[in-house]
Design a binder for this molecule. Structure first.
Ligand code: PLP
Length: 363
């Protein structure tokens, strides 16, 4: 594509800026997409506010569900739209919570599911990743085999905050030998960044094999750059999709987000641009980490977990004092930080600061 896209160093200047806390800081802490969204998606979202802001958005829901069904080769009734994939994740927890399911997940992983389990007073089993931060499926399978009743297996793939992947074959082997009471939530929020890796594959195939105990979630928050519009979805068999949908918030989506998602899905050139920008920015970061001899975990996502040679709370504070928001403590062992990949200029700025930290022996 020949389209050119704006790549703001910081959030764009606007009258709304004062309402965003820390708006003048470089935000590399939430795995957002600093490119913003496709200009076509933006225009569609704005237009939807104008012409649809006073209407219920059922028709847009229908259109988006149809597009996603077509893209994924499933039926419309297999798509559960959510207010971000978070809503779908929460709906799965609410559903399984009714039967007092136990949660099994790797550690570290994205904390949404375990937070919901804690809130519901349900049991959680966490299995440490291996020394290279790869999800230890063999150990997880061993634990799962000890559980007779309802079990939710939370597998974020690629995983957050590690950036690592679980190969499809290994997952497939586990799922196909599992009892139906063991339900797999496969969080593919970062799917797009890993899709080109031959070792990686979506778990959608399992749903196409009619497995009722698999739910895949996806989001518009990452590669599509729409985190603030809260658009995500789940895919499952018709039977499972229906029950998950029933546990969601209901009547949950807004016209602007829907219109933007519909337009964003059609904008293949932005999608490619977004992927490429992330790749280029990641290369800038990895080059600097290599130069500084800071170990990092090979990333299949829009963030990198890397060593910082010191306590993360002090590092985080120092970065903030230098205008940059980075991750927080997410690993059992201290001395690692997760930094989100911004646009290339942002990564140049981050790397410059990191090198200055080295001068001061702070990393
Ligand atoms: N799942 C993972 C693994 C995430 O990292 C995130 C956000 O960072 C989410 C889900 C939430 O996504 P959404 O914005 O679609 O609710």
């Amino acid at each position: 594509g020949t389209a050119s896209f704006a790549s703001p160093l910081f959030a764009s200047e606007s009258t709304l800026l004062p309402f965003r806390r820390g708006a003048t800081l470089l935000p590399l802490h939430f795995n957002e997409n600093s490119l913003g969204m496709s200009p076509k998606a933006l225009a569609a979202g704005q237009e939807a506010v104008r012409i649809m802001g006073n209407r219920y958005a059922d028709d847009y829901c229908d259109t988006l569900r149809e597009m996603l069904a077509k893209q994924h080769g499933v039926s419309k009734s297999q798509i559960v739209l959510g207010n971000g994939s978070t809503e779908v994740i929460n709906a799965v927890v609410r559903w399984l919570g009714k039967s007092n399911a136990v949660l099994l997940e790797p550690s570290p992983t994205y904390s949404q599911v375990s937070e919901q389990f804690t809130l519901a007073g349900l049991d959680i089993i966490q299995v440490p990743t291996d020394a290279k931060f790869v999800t230890d499926i063999a150990a997880m399978r061993d634990r799962a085999a000890q559980i007779d009743g309802p079990l939710l297996i939370n597998l974020c793939n690629p995983n957050n905050p590690t950036g690592t992947i679980t190969p499809y074959e290994i997952l497939q082997e586990w799922v196909s030998s599992s009892p139906s009471e063991h339900v797999f939530l496969i969080d593919e929020a970062y799917y797009d960044y890993a899709a080109a890796d031959p070792a990686y594959e979506t778990a959608l195939k399992l749903i196409k094999q009619q497995r009722d105990n698999v739910i895949v979630t996806r989001t518009f928050s990452k590669i599509f750059g729409m985190a603030g519009l809260r658009m995500g979805y789940g895919i499952a068999t018709e039977k499972t999709a229906k029950v998950v949908d029933a546990h969601g918030a209901g009547f949950n989506l807004n016209a602007a987000g829907l219109a933007a998602a519909i337009a964003g899905l059609k904008d293949e050139s932005f999608y490619q641009h977004s992927l490429k920008s992330n790749y280029q920015a990641k290369q800038i970061l990895l080059e600097t980490l290599d130069q500084l001899g800071l170990e990092y975990i090979p990333s299949h996502t829009n963030f990198v977990l890397h060593r910082i040679n010191g306590p993360v709370d002090i590092y985080q504070q120092r970065m903030k004092e230098n205008g940059i928001l980075v991750g927080r403590k997410m690993t059992q062992q201290d001395g690692w930080n997760r930094v989100s990949i911004g646009v290339p200029e942002q990564m140049e700025a981050f790397c410059k600061t990191l090198k200055a930290f080295r001068e001061k022996s702070w990393v």
